[in-house]
Design a protein around this ligand. Sequence first.
Ligand code: NAP
Length: 550
Amino acid sequence: MANAEPLDAVVIGAGFAGLYMVYRLREDGFSVHGFERGDGVGGTWYWNRYPGARCDSEIMYYSFSFLSELEQEWPLTERYPGQPDILRYLEEVASRLDLRKDFTFGAEVTAAEYDEAAHLWTVRTAQGHVATARYVVTAVGCLSAANFPEFPGAERFQGLSLHTGNWPREPVDFTGKRVAVIGTGASGIQAIPVIAEQAAHLTVFQRTAQFTIPAENGPLDQDFVALWKQNYPEWRRRARHSLAGFPYTASVTYALEVSAAERRAAFEAAWGAGGFTFLSGTFRDLVMTEEANATAADFVRSKIDEIVRDPAVADMLKPRGFPIGTKRLPLDTNYYETFNRPNVSLVDLKQTPVTGLTATGITTSAGHHEVDVIVYATGFDALTGPLEGLGIRGRDGQTLKDVWAEGPRTYLGVAVPGFPNLFTITGPGSPSVLSNMPVSIEQHVEWIGDCLSWLRAEGAEVIEATEQATTAWTAHVQDVASHTLHPKAATWYMGANIPGKPRVFLPYIGGVGPYRDHCAKVAANGYEGFTTTGDQEGDDGARPGDHRAA
Ligand code: NAP
């Protein structure tokens, strides 16, 4: 497409965020068009089709809250929705809201340039589409730029190479194959048990052993589902005002206030129940103090000893050297149990690093592993990667990479000074990946939608975060994180998984509810921390006194 008249907005991405943003702006009477690099809707759930891909948020609240009919009709069968279920859900949303007509699919945005004189963005795709628009809203997800480590000789490998985050649309059959999985984060931990059931042999290449908690997935009791559906508005309200977008209450007990036996009983109960409540529902201080944290970490290590029969393998699987919960806690189905299978072996890359790839497999300092398939479960350039990859140029042609050389600077995770009229849904500096994503996405979409309606009502056409408000917010993001154990660990939350990436805490850990209240206050105070510019001809400077930073 190439539009004759500038659009009000271009939205980039057609996952949860892009679908809702386009719908919301369309409903509010804005002209809006979406570009999506995939051939269909789904975002994360379009790309992550690896075996075992499943959401770690329970199905009851991993959905939109604004579709009350669909909410009642959509079947809730399993505790955690699998990737095909979520993709079907988003396809159903797109159909019901007739959203596909407002998107161009197979269109990868590679440039978005701001024209300061015209106050317009020009967006271009690799496939040759061009669109001009007043506003650009990125809805590209936080974990959508795949990280492919550069192993020497990788191009020589003659077998099949796959990345979990960029999986082919057709299912991959591992039957009879010798498979390598590199990486043991949430993706690897989900894929490994499923691949092990199919493959002739699976070799897991582990650099850092991960703590993981049983998901305890299974069919949902339909009486429970009926009760949940009756109370949907209340569950949604609780999620919005919680710390992480989950509708459950966090524990108020400190780990060291109770006896060792009581602690063990609490951990056992949470382990048996499965899910994230292992951290948030047991004790309030597990990610706050090292002493409390060690109690949970010791418990998980003791479980590994119970489950894994070979003591040497159990020892290799035990995470050490970082606090539990500072790497995103994966939920698993039979992960540790998988290492009892005769067709699974584990390679500890800390002891024997990869030295290179050959035509037939992977060489470590201890020898060569012949494989037919290499699955890279090596994660993502999180939060900043997807945004920097869009080729965004703001005032004076500066790129996000230029202005984020020391780490991302954002106002509320939703705006960047020097990039007027650009909004970043679940951007760095917002709760995003520390939360149940649909809750945070809805909050951002609604806040951005309200902001654009307000600008229209005010007759303003340019909005931009101030340097002052951005500096204060960016410092606040780091300050809140500094009261947790997170800065002590080399994780993707800290940018540590990508060589050369600045080490700062990327999301906002102040909590979904408090963050929401803060954003609402910013809006209620006339979008404090932003400047706005009117649409009079020749007026390209902020008017004194207009919606200035407090
Ligand atoms: P990840 O957590 O970053 O894990 C990547 C794994 O690859 C780590 O074990 C890492 O080791 C390893 N690795 C990276 N580079 C390597 C190299 N050069 N050599 C050897 N190993 C290397 O990525 P992910 O598992 O894809 O998960 C990312 C995030 O996506 C999750 O934390 C979660 O937020 C989200 N996710 C969610 C779900 C869900 O809801 N069910 C499922 C999957 C993913 P190190 O630890 O040593 O860096």
